[in-house]
Design a protein around this ligand. Structure first.
Ligand code: FE2
Length: 260
């Protein structure tokens, strides 16, 4: 291949420098600013469609998980923060020592009867969402700021105990790592049904989108709270196959045991 002459090289360089200046100027004037409204309106429309499809049983819960993770990956976090007016929403938050503060967040374009949740979980360092599983619910947790240790578990089976004793949920760990802005952790009856989050930065925030009353053909031996939650202790040592027999517990006991 012929090497460019010094003069050609200098000419190309000059063109690139000039183009760089042009793009910077154009960007500063807003000529190439991406239309945030358009991107975010599309994001919200797809959120609503996915929620409708999974609730109606037209979409498998694991497909919902994949589609939500892909959807969140397509939007820049900076745009999400602007769209949900993040700074205003979290401006007055009092951060509990042990668990996350929960802030309602409006999604422009989503009607009040859309029948899926959208809340910000705001954590101080060490505060936790204690380990729990869900019945007939899907959710997606998008990290907006900070970092969290995320542990997730497949739920293999419920073992109901004799009268008066706590039941056990048999879990298989699927993830234990730090998650950062832009990453999404999803769950459903079929995959990663249990989760446990602990903030590892001074402040950490996630946007949680749950859809309840899904996959209703699936029945569990353990009844859940009105929020579809069952708190568990996943810290007993695993068996030879890596499975954990996690006793169920009340929310108050879970906060005492696992709150920051
Ligand atoms: Fe949850």
């Amino acid at each position: 291949m012929e090497r460019p002459s010094r003069r050609e090289f200098a000419g190309t360089l000059a063109t690139l420098v000039a183009l760089g200046g042009f793009y910077r100027l154009a960007h500063a004037r807003g000529a190439f600013v991406r239309p945030i409204e358009t991107i975010m309106n599309g994001w919200v429309r797809e959120l609503m469609q996915l929620a409708r499809d999974v609730r109606a049983g037209r979409m498998a819960v694991t497909v919902w998980q994949e589609r939500m993770a892909a959807l969140h990956q397509r939007v820049p976090i900076a745009d999400v923060l602007k769209y949900i007016d993040f700074d205003r929403v979290v401006s007055g938050v009092a951060y509990p020592k042990d668990v996350a503060a929960i802030c309602d967040v409006a999604l422009p374009g989503v009607p009040a009867d859309a029948r899926f949740g959208h809340k910000i979980f705001a954590y101080r360092r060490g505060a936790a969402t204690p380990p729990h599983v869900h019945n007939n619910l899907v959710s997606a947790h998008l990290v907006l700021r900070g970092s969290l240790r995320a542990r997730t578990y497949d739920r293999l089976r419920d073992e109901v105990a004799a009268e008066g004793a706590p039941g056990v949920i048999v879990l298989a760990p699927t993830r234990d790592r730090e998650i950062r802005p832009g990453e999404t952790v999803t769950m459903s009856d079929e995959r990663d049904n249990g989760h446990w989050f602990v903030a590892t930065s001074e402040r950490a925030y996630t946007l949680d989108v749950p859809v309840a009353h899904v996959n209703l053909a699936k029945h569990y031996a353990t009844r859940a709270s009105e929020y579809g939650m069952i708190f568990v202790d996943p810290t007993p040592p695993p068996d030879a196959r890596g499975r954990i027999a996690a006793p169920t517990m009340t929310f108050a006991a879970a906060v005492r045991r696992f709150g920051g």
